[in-house]
Design a protein around this ligand. Sequence first.
Ligand code: ACO
Length: 325
Amino acid sequence: MTVRRSIVAGSGSYLPEKIVTNADLAKIVDTSDEWIVERSGISERRMAAEGETTSDLAVKAAEAAMSAAGVSGSDLDLIIVATTTPDETFPAVATHVQRRVGMTRGAGFDVQAVCSGFVYAVNVADNFIKAGQAGTVLVIGAETMTRLMDWSDRTTCVLFGDGAGALVFKAGEGEGTAADRGVLSSHLYSDGRLHDLLYVDGGPSTTRTTGFLRMQGKEVFKHAVTNISDSIRVALEHNGLTADEVDWFVPHQANKRILDATARKIGLAPEKVVYTVARHGNTSAASIPLAIDEAVRDGRIKQNDLVLIEAMGGGLTWGSSLIRW
Ligand code: ACO
């Protein structure tokens, strides 16, 4: 049986130039390099320059991905940007990107699922391609999370960073088996009852301000390992695959302890996990495509490799996706 598949044609990423080390943060809040490394695995993160916006980061990642895929703006049918830190409340970051990459037809919109945004956006792109509504789709995760930080709250401001990553998907054909190249499946979840564990305390229809990120870290941690492991189990079972068959596990980079615990729980060897959290911190929806692009460019992820992505974020939202490169 021939099926339509969304096949990765290229990846790209961009990190702002400014590096903020743990020692830099210890100058503004009561923290230490030792505490941050031990509890989160983070040593440094990037911070967008004054005036540098989420769409600036998104465009740079998009251009790199489009160049790797050999496509131009006029080849794109759809742009989906996963972000929780748009330049403006509206319009969507995707429309800024559309203008700047020279795409004058098709559509662009943003997906808001916080740190799970990239997994959600991949699922949406795959459905557009499978339905025949789009043939070439640019999916971007881009964030300026440092703009949501309360710089007096040491429990959150040490964890987050800025960056962007992107993938270009093209329609192709497969046999309908797990040996096909492309997105094999995605599974998305949310539970709005868990709002208070992780949210931003502002918005256009409440405070009319942007607000600051608030998090009950310990509670989020507990939900993370369970929810993520469950969604990975569903993904593997759905495709008749085992953890051994996964070549690369590219998780949302929130905290090294969460990544280690998840890999252990699902039985994935540590050498199959792509880690960037030490250098990037938590870049929310950007973390997965940033990590993917690094592993593609250094030669780890190769054609036909089975790549597992997963994330959990505010909402709570979570999910996973299996992609054969
Ligand atoms: N520096 C020094 N001490 C600190 C800091 C800091 N930056 N932050 C908190 N502490 C203190 C606390 O005040 C507390 O002190 P107390 O014992 O005197 O009360 C102590 O350190 C321990 O705090 P805990 O919150 O219990 O520390 P924990 O081991 O849980 O680590 C952390 C905190 C890193 C936030 C962890 O809970 C975590 O990573 N949770 C998951 C968060 C996460 O991944 N969020 C993102 C997922 S969703 C998304 O990506 C948006």
